[in-house]
Design a protein around this ligand. Sequence first.
Ligand SMILES: [Fe+2]
Ligand SMILES: [Fe+2]
Length: 190
Amino acid sequence: MSKNDARNNVKQLPVAEHQHMQLNQAALEAAKQSLEQGAITPSYGPWREDIIKLLNDSLATELVCILRYKRHHFTAQGLASSKIAEEFLVHAHEETDHADRLAQRIVQLGGDPDFSPDSLTSRSHADYNDSTDLKTMIRSNLIAERVAIEAYSQLIAMIGDKDSTTRRLLEDILSDEQEHAEELKDWLAD
Ligand SMILES: [Fe+2]
Ligand SMILES: [Fe+2]
């Protein structure tokens, strides 16, 4: 059979054998119920709680990063490189924005954002650091950024098309962390 014959055969299939794309009407009706779930409708999969837990671990990571960068900002001010001390504060503000956006998404998903200070370091992927030497500060920040990049990359791959809003948020945050790591790498080399 030639290619053309094959194509003609496809065209001649009776309509009944062709699967049409159509919406799930029962799910549309179900969306009119459970209003307390806000943006979460029946098409959201069974992974809601897993995603909330993973986002809370990322929130803890961001909060620890804020504390580490603030500590470094104030202790590095007295050291030779005031420019780097100022950049630590810029990073602290960007990590604050990340934390806020993660907390907002957790609430949108019907979860509770966990700001509990007692369990912060055990839930965070990245470590706190209180060194007073500039080079050690830069190094510990670079390690933390690389850990965050690895965690966000894994999360994005895991979430895939399960939750595109959360994925886009994580992709935004990931690109900031990549910029942070690049800057720190350059300072470490200087
Ligand atoms: Fe961050
Ligand atoms: Fe960062």
